[in-house]
Every structure is written in structure tokens, then in C-alpha cells.
Design a protein around this ligand. Structure first.
Ligand SMILES: C[S@@+](CC[C@H](N)C(=O)[O-])C[C@H]1O[C@@H](n2cnc3c(N)ncnc32)[C@H](O)[C@@H]1O
Length: 205
């Protein structure tokens, strides 16, 4: 999918995204626990969707920015922030070219977003994360993990068949971070509907 097509797709999905987000919440929460955001830290979430983690990050006292390709998703995230009385800066943009100076953030977080990108694109996205992180910053990733199991193979078949709806795809999260020059500090494995979910926190080496 081109980025324009992804943007249009997520604008459409944003109306009923709660259905997906509901089942993903506990994994996102586990990712946030591992990331351990501290009051006053500047945190960037890439691909916040309808804003569940943004609300949590703001409630933790961080200065949080949410960057998403889709205006529809950002509108939903804005409403979630207003409802909860929490504050996040929101901006429309692309993970490939983050509109922030280098070394801006203490932490960057992606939940069910890194696996949207092709294998060849992931190093570029992670390089942007590394660029905007402070030298001792943390990158937290929650992602479907690639393993050779029947549920993963079935899910991958669905991804090939209906790429616009089943657009995430299991990836080797841990290896991708190491290849991009991160040292993995914390990792946790969970399971969602039989599918492995990997949660990893890394620091630029
Ligand atoms: C699968 S959703 C995950 C949403 C949320 N993080 C969650 O866990 O519920 C992926 C999000 O990434 C956004 N996205 C897709 N491609 C993007 C890109 N190139 N740059 C920034 N955001 C992107 C989508 O608009 C969508 O909000």
C-alpha cells in the first residue's frame, strides 16, 4: 500500500477502530509499563490511532506528542484527549520523515504500527526514531511477532488476501531493533488470539 492509500484507509477505519483497539489495549498497556514513562519526559507516539496510549502518557505526566498519517485517527485521538481531560500535542505526519529536530524525545513509542511497514522500510522508520531520541532515550515497540506457527501462517494468509483490513503483519521485532543499532533492554512476549505479541524496549547504542 502507498502511504496515500494507507492514509485514506485509516481515515475510513477511524470511524469503527474501537473494535480493533479494544482487543489491543492490554498489550499497549503492557508496552507502556515496560517503557516506564516519567513525569516531565518528552514522549513521541508514532501511529497513536484513536489515542488510548496518548491519554495514558499524558496522565503519567509526560509531555506527549502523537504523530499519525491519518487526519481521521487524529480527530478521534483529539476527542479521546478532551473526554479524559488530558493533553497531547497532535500532528499529522509520516513516520519516515519525523518533523522534529534530532535528540528531542526521552522516549518514542509505537504500538501495532511498526509492523505496517515493509521489511525494507523498517530500518528507515527506526533510523528516524533513533534520530529524534536523546542519547539515553528509550524506544518502546509493541508488535505482532513472526514465528513459524499455524496461527501466524493463517494470519499471514489473511494479510495477503485482505491487506487493507488485515494490514499489520508479524515481524522479527527484536532483530529489527538490533539491526537498527538499538540495544534491547527489556522484552516481554504475550499472546493475542493465538498470535505472539512482542514488546521490546531498546536504547540507541
Ligand atoms: C494499526 S493502527 C495502531 C493504532 C494504535 N497505536 C493502537 O495500538 O491501537 C496504526 C496507526 O498508524 C498510523 N500510520 C500508518 N502509517 C503511518 C505512517 N507512515 N506514519 C505515521 N502513522 C502511520 C495509522 O493511521 C494508524 O493510526
Amino acid at each position: 500500500m502507498t502511504h496515500d492509500a494507507a492514509r485514506r484507509n485509516y481515515d475510513r477505519l477511524s470511524r469503527w477502530y474501537d473494535w480493533f483497539a479494544g482487543s489491543e489495549k492490554r498489550f499497549t498497556e503492557a508496552g507502556l509499563r515496560l517503557l516506564d514513562p516519567q513525569p516531565g519526559e518528552r514522549v513521541l507516539e508514532i501511529g497513536p490511532g484513536i489515542g488510548h496510549a496518548l491519554v495514558r502518557l499524558a496522565q503519567a505526566g509526560t509531555r506527549v506528542v502523537g504523530l499519525d498519517l491519518s487526519a481521521g485517527m487524529l480527530a478521534r485521538a483529539r476527542r479521546a484527549g478532551k473526554r479524559s481531560g488530558s493533553e497531547a500535542d497532535l500532528c499529522q505526519g509520516d513516520a519516515f520523515a519525523l518533523p522534529f529536530p534530532s535528540r528531542t524525545f526521552h522516549a518514542v513509542f509505537l504500538s501495532f504500527t511498526l509492523e505496517l511497514f515493509e521489511d525494507a522500510e523498517i530500518p528507515g522508520v527506526l533510523a528516524e526514531c533513533a534520530r529524534v531520541l536523546k542519547p539515553v532515550g528509550r524506544l518502546g515497540v509493541v508488535s505482532l511477532a513472526k514465528e513459524n506457527t499455524r496461527p501466524v501462517r493463517l494470519y499471514e494468509w489473511c494479510h495477503r488476501r485482505w491487506p487493507q483490513v488485515v494490514d499489520c503483519r508479524p515481524i522479527h521485532v527484536h532483530a529489527a531493533l538490533i539491526a537498527a543499532g538499538f540495544e534491547v533492554r527489556e522484552a516481554q512476549r504475550m499472546v493475542m488470539w493465538g498470535l505472539p505479541v512482542e514488546i521490546v524496549v531498546g536504547q540507541p547504542e
